[in-house]
Design a protein around this ligand. Structure first.
Ligand SMILES: Nc1ncnc2c1ncn2[C@@H]1O[C@H](COP(=O)(O)OP(=O)(O)OP(=O)(O)O)[C@@H](O)[C@H]1O
Length: 546
């Protein structure tokens, strides 16, 4: 009993600390945004602090009095923060409580290579089965199609359902969408159950999921729509390239918005959507969202929400150091759940066989034709193959060239209309067309059933993009294969590629080693930078997936 009280006091203390830090972070976030030209809503707090410090120069008596009064004020704020934090947990109508023994948990953490880092030391254990979730029966019914939670779901649900901010890093195809979708619905259930919603406006939106591409936004929406329908929650997708009016109408009565950043900001500017009530915000493909091309948009979006009431969650398969500082500005005491062995290392899904062919750039198209003949014949003739090009012009040219040789192929790249992109993806997903040619717009997140082979015709700009591209195969416990053409034009990335291959126990071709083991810094105005030294002594280590 005494022990319980102490734990409770410790938890209250941590909650106070957490709230205080969140307040400071919000001030920082607002300051940061102000310096970028967006209005500052934290001005009054800053002025107040300045006044206190000026007054401290006056007589010691007065100073003591003020210190006491300030302390009282801080205590009051902390007291309120604790109550508020409890309120916020109360509004999540679900918990995830592990029932496994300590020994089983330890084994699970070790076997699945899970690392949980939590500055608040909450020590919430992973749930090993769906039965350990105390959540609406309809959600459990929805999850029945899966045998058990994947490691990222097991480890992150207890924290997310306890109302914590979280960074989740797990390999491609490991079920991260459901890892954030189930808690999203749990955040909404109390509102929906009380039937307090007004049907005719967009004031119910309290969950926001931001994705870097239209196709991925649509896919996340599809998942949330299916789950949401089971519990009477409405999810809407807003993205560029299609009519704004239809989307504005769809926002009426919505609870969840899945969005690409540009269109979301557009709708906020049009007053079609108010983000102040967002309580649960997810950045999917978080490292991409925090890179240069999206950084300003994300700051704008964060600033449109109420940071005090916002739980912020980030998921990704790659977490380069270059985005971590920016991420920390939006998160409050986040728990970090990492699946895989080493924090610093870029990891590919270990069930993907990776083949790298070093060649002269002029050999690429000939070799592609050979591979297509090989992989689309006999037993393999129904294989779905995804080919990645780097630039849209290259994609268009290769698409035309393959069509002229009689191949049935569809494409996704930035020069195509949204309707063409959507129809191409649909044809590839259903298997109506077995070849898809894409730029990196399709590299992240897309969950296309039964892609057996990924061919990298031209290596991407970063090793992270390579990991995401090949991750379109070998999903949800399946195996897959990736064949990558590597030429001297990409030699500055050889070191990073060698590390990825080694860390997944894959062979490193001699010709690749000849490019040397050092990765030079490569900057790109949109894609950001990647920098890594290769340790040639580094031993390959297998990634264990449940
Ligand atoms: N518990 C589970 N058991 C088995 N399969 C699952 C489970 N949860 C999700 N899946 C399936 O796993 C596949 C991959 O999931 P998802 O698309 O969420 O991966 P991801 O980790 O987000 O990948 P990426 O990093 O490429 O975005 C999906 O088809 C999904 O339906």
């Amino acid at each position: 009993m005494k022990e319980k009280k102490e734990t409770k006091a410790k938890t209250d203390e941590k909650e106070k600390k957490k709230k205080k830090e969140k307040k400071e972070k919000k001030e920082m976030e607002n300051k940061q945004i102000t310096s970028n030209g967006v209005p500052d809503s934290a001005e009054s707090t800053t002025t107040e602090t300045n006044e206190v410090s000026e007054n401290s120069d006056k007589s010691s008596k007065k100073s003591r009095k003020e210190k006491e009064s300030k302390k009282r004020r801080v205590d009051d704020i902390e007291e309120a923060a604790t109550v508020e934090s409890k309120k916020s947990k109360k509004s999540i109508q679900a918990t995830a409580t592990s029932r496994a023994t300590d020994a089983d948990i330890d084994k699970f953490l070790k076997d699945s290579a899970i690392t949980i880092s939590d500055s608040l030391d909450n020590d919430l254990k992973p749930v090993l089965s769906f039965e350990e979730l105390s959540i609406d029966e309809r959600v459990l019914g929805f999850l029945k199609k899966y045998p058990k939670p994947t490691p990222i779901q097991s480890a992150s649900w207890p924290f997310l359902l306890a109302g914590r901010d979280l960074i989740g890093v797990a390999e491609t195809g490991s079920g991260k969408t459901m890892a954030f979708a189930v808690p999203a619905v749990a955040y909404l259930l109390p509102t929906v159950d009380k039937k307090k919603m007004k049907a005719k406006d967009a004031s119910n939106i309290s969950v926001l999921i931001v994705s870097p591409t239209r196709e991925l936004a649509l896919q996340i929406h599809e998942n949330l729509d299916a789950l949401g329908k089971a519990v009477n929650v409405k999810a809407v997708c807003v993205y560029g390239g299609v009519s704004k009016d239809d989307q504005k109408r769809a926002l009426n009565g919505a609870n969840i918005v899945v969005a690409t950043p540009g269109r979301l900001i557009d709708l906020v500017n049009d007053d079609a959507i108010d983000l102040k009530k967002i309580t649960y915000l997810v950045l999917d493909e978080a490292d991409r969202m925090l890179e240069k091309g999206f950084e300003e948009d994300i700051k704008r979006i964060m600033q449109s929400t109420d940071a005090e009431n916002r739980k912020t969650v980030m998921f990704t398969a790659t977490w380069p150091p270059s985005v971590r500082d920016l991420a920390s500005q939006f998160l409050s005491n986040p728990v970090k759940v990492m699946i895989g062995d080493r924090e610093s290392e870029l990891k590919a899904n270990a069930r993907i066989e990776q083949v790298v062919e070093v060649m002269d750039p002029r050999q690429k198209e000939q070799r592609l034709l050979q591979l297509l003949r090989q992989y689309q014949s006999g037993a393999n003739q129904n294989d779905k193959i995804l080919i990645f090009a780097l630039y849209k012009k290259e994609a268009a040219r290769v698409e035309r060239s393959l069509q002229s040789k009689g191949y049935k192929i569809v494409a996704i790249h930035g020069d195509l209309s949204q309707a063409q992109r959507t129809s191409a993806l649909e044809n590839f997903k259903t298997g109506a067309c077995k070849l898809l040619l894409a730029t990196d717009v399709a590299a992240r997140g897309l969950d296309i059933p039964a892609v057996t082979l990924v061919i990298n015709l031209t290596f991407p700009l970063t090793a992270e993009d390579y990991v995401h591209r090949i991750g379109r195969t070998g999903r949800a416990g399946q195996s897959g294969k990736a064949i990558t053409f590597f030429t001297e034009h990409e030699k500055h990335l050889s070191g990073a590629l060698i590390n990825v291959l080694r860390s997944a126990d894959q062979p490193v071709p001699e010709e690749l080693l000849k490019f040397g083991g050092h990765t030079k810094k490569k900057e790109h105005s949109v894609y950001g930078a990647f920098y890594k030294n290769v340790d040639s002594q580094q031993k390959a280590k297998k990634i264990v997936f449940d």
